[in-house]
Design a protein around this ligand. Structure first.
Ligand code: DCP
Ligand code: MG
Length: 384
């Protein structure tokens, strides 16, 4: 609705709807017309036929050509045949509309059920968090191109890895392979030395905390949103600690209903940055062994970002962490940095190593970002 309003396209949308609606109206009217013709007409034809049959048979019975018993049998037969045959017409119409609904239902019924609990291994301990990608490639089931091409890297438990790259380079696709939202097409991903495909999905998803690129909140209270998926009983203090770490506690308290504030559908009553911070708090509370932050501070101001980054630094200790960000500042502390382009790794290393690769993408991004920062500072200094 907002997009329609923003582009002042109400008239266009209304016309489009009216056109479809009108088409349906015309078709419905035509159907009614056909019905109003068919049923009376077939009634007339049918009853005339019947009447003719009765009269003629009666005539034959009177003149002794058939017996009265034959006459009665004939009438019975006629009644027993004609009405069911007539109903057959109705049945054909109903069957064809029924077939359409049936096909729609079957589309849903035929979906294969995701098995969450079965796997070759049944781990009982939390994961250690060692992750290895071996020549992993991935094509979306409805796509044609490889969005991840031959990616290999290895992270030890507790280390952090940052993914940097232009939009569409496959960063989100890569991290979404870990909770098995999609199945990689070739290669292997090992968690603690075991292929992801051998783990029950439920276990994997319990180990992984993901702050999605597009934060999603349910139309519930903020408390319930933070508590979502924790799977254990938590105290109000714990919830508040998580909210403080995500730099959203004070914001929540500023709402009249505090933690009981109901957020609108998909969280529309919060700002983009507030939503992002609530989803960070949710993940902090989940306390996962593997943490994925997909552009999770993109909608907050620099000051808040620094605040959250401090909290995240604490959180990242003893956890394997994937960080996706566009700012060098957010990725420079990571143990490994991968620079992606069109689904491939074009540079690999830590901040210092990558900075020495002059002409490399990382150095270029670094130079641009520091230049922008410097220009900004000069501008501010001049204004003051
Ligand atoms: N893609 C697709 N089907 C999807 C999602 C993405 O075909 N359901 C394609 C679009 C891109 C490529 O995959 O060409 C990589 O998309 P990503 O979302 O992984 O890209 P990034 O996360 O790197 O981009 P951004 O920085 O914009 O988030
Ligand atoms: Mg992305």
């Amino acid at each position: 609705m907002r997009v329609v309003k923003a582009f002042a396209r109400q008239g266009y949308e209304k016309e489009k709807f009216d056109k479809d609606n009108w088409k349906k109206y015309i078709k419905g009217k035509f159907l009614l017309l056909m019905h109003s013709l068919f049923w009376p007409l077939s009634d007339i034809v049918l009853t005339t036929q019947m009447l003719f049959g009765f009269v003629y048979a009666a005539y034959m019975a009177i003149h002794g050509e058939i017996t009265v018993g034959d006459y009665m049998a004939y009438i019975g037969l006629l009644l027993w045949l004609i009405f069911p045959i007539r109903n057959l017409g109705r049945l054909i119409v109903q069957t064809s509309t029924g077939m359409v609904s049936y096909a729609r239902l079957m589309e849903i019924t035929k979906q294969t059920r995701e098995d969450l609990t079965s796997g070759k291994v049944q781990p009982t301990e939390p994961a250690r968090g060692e992750i290895e990608f071996k020549n992993v490639s991935f094509i979306y089931s409805d796509g044609k191109q490889e969005v991840i091409k031959d990616i290999s890297f290895h992270i030890k438990p507790g280390q952090s890895i940052a993914l940097l790259g232009s939009t569409g380079s496959g960063k989100t696709s890569l991290v979404n392979l870990l909770p098995r939202f999609h199945e990689y097409t070739s290669g292997e991903i090992l968690l603690d030395g075991v292929d992801l495909k051998d783990y029950p999905r439920k276990y994997l998803r319990e180990q992984i905390g993901i702050v999605q690129q597009e934060p999603f909140l349910f139309s519930r209270s903020i408390r319930e949103n933070i508590l979502y998926g924790v799977g254990r009983s938590v105290t109000q203090e714990e919830i508040e600690a998580a909210a403080k770490a995500a730099a959203v506690h004070d914001v929540i308290l500023s709402f009249p209903d505090g933690y009981n504030t109901i957020v609108g559908e998909k969280g529309v009553t919060l700002s983009g940055g507030q939503k992002q911070r609530v989803t960070i708090a949710r993940t902090i509370l989940k306390n996962p062994k593997i943490l994925i932050l997909d552009d999770s501070t993109s909608s907050v101001d620099t000051e808040t970002e620094a605040e959250i980054r401090k909290a995240l630094d604490d959180l990242m200790e003893h956890r394997t962490t994937f960080i996706i960000a566009h700012r060098i500042q957010s990725v420079m502390k990571a143990d490994h940095i991968l620079v992606l382009d069109k689904g491939q790794i074009i540079q690999k290393g830590n901040h210092e190593e990558l900075l020495t690769q002059f002409g490399g993408m990382y150095r270029k991004i670094y130079d641009i970002q520091t230049r922008i920062d410097e220009e900004l500072e000069q501008e501010i200094a001049r204004v003051n």
